[in-house]
Design a binder for this molecule. Structure first.
Ligand code: NAP
Length: 268
């Protein structure tokens, strides 16, 4: 029987491409996000093209009170999860005073708390199948960015627990992979919630733009490698950037401070 991978945020971007990459490698797939019709279309494509099983589940992952409902729906399929990919995520950009309270709670839940709860709920399956958790984080976890701090801190927290769980779950035979993409061409940027002041200051992201298919291919290769239990930073340029951000963090903080004071900070 082929392994089953549950991918959150499977309807677009990195998650959608990863579903295809894993289908090519004969994984059956549980596809989770809010847009049912998009998931149904993808599930059909995966079944037709690759001959795998694919089950779409529409669910809002930013609502923590409904996590058990999702787990029950997966249980109702009568299958065990071997690979859990916590990929769904979203951004929030603007001065703290302008942010909507509900948006703050939802983004932190979606990016940080939901991955923890899902990992906990599926631990018995993951341990039984000597499975793997994949957390899609971001290189932004290494930088504190003013106006983007809800997002960057939620990813920093996810990075922290990813490292902790890698050590904690190893004795159970569960691998924990952290993925740190730089800028990837997806709907993430247009979907980021932006406050009125921040919308006047929006700049296009800096650095090379990665293709979501390329990122997904790198993730799938490591999921499929039973010896791999570590972090992935897709592309050599972003790997070097990641090392620079960590080693020279005081310099990075100085740069962010002067950039903020000279440019966007004046608008607040
Ligand atoms: N793109 C980048 O430059 C970049 C860089 C670093 C890290 N990342 C991370 O990569 C991950 C994937 O993002 P992406 O770039 O592929 O962006 P994307 O194309 O916007 O995909 C986001 C996915 O998350 C789902 N999603 C969003 N809110 C949800 C909710 N409340 N409940 C359930 N599903 C939800 C979306 O589906 P529905 O709309 O159907 O719900 C979609 O499938 C995110 O964690 C992001 O932080 C992205």
């Amino acid at each position: 029987m082929s392994k089953v991978a549950l991918i959150t945020g499977a309807s677009s971007g990195i998650g959608r491409e990863l579903a295809k990459e894993l289908a090519i490698r004969h994984y059956n797939l549980i596809l989770v996000s809010r847009r049912r019709n998009v998931l149904e279309g993808l599930a059909e494509e995966l079944r037709d093209k690759y001959g795998v099983n694919a089950w779409p589940i529409d669910h809002d992952l930013s609502d923590l009170s409904r996590i058990n409902e999702l787990v029950d729906r997966v249980r109702g399929l009568g299958i065990e999860v071997s690979i859990l990919v916590n990929n769904a995520g979203a951004g929030l950009y603007g001065p703290l005073g302008e942010l909507n309270d509900d948006d703050i709670v939802r983004i932190v839940s979606l990016n940080y708390l939901t991955p923890i709860l899902l990992t906990k709920k599926f631990l018995p399956d993951l341990a039984k199948n000597k499975g793997c958790v994949v957390n899609v984080i971001s290189l932004a976890a290494y930088i504190s960015i003013p106006w983007f701090g809800i997002y960057t801190s939620s990813k920093a927290a996810l990075a922290n627990i990813t490292d902790a769980l890698r050590i904690e779950l190893r004795p159970l035979g569960i691998r924990v992979i952290g993925v740190y993409p730089g800028y990837v061409r997806t709907n993430f940027h247009s979907n980021t919630i932006v406050t009125p002041t921040a919308s006047r200051a929006r700049d296009s992201p800096k650095g090379p733009v990665l293709d979501p298919g390329y990122v997904a291919n790198k993730i799938a290769e490591k999921i499929d490698d039973p010896r791999f239990n570590g972090d992935i930073v897709p592309s050599i340029t972003y790997r070097m950037a990641g090392v620079f951000l960590r080693i020279l963090y005081p310099l990075v903080r100085y740069y962010v401070n002067s950039w903020f004071n000279k440019s966007i900070g004046r608008l607040a």
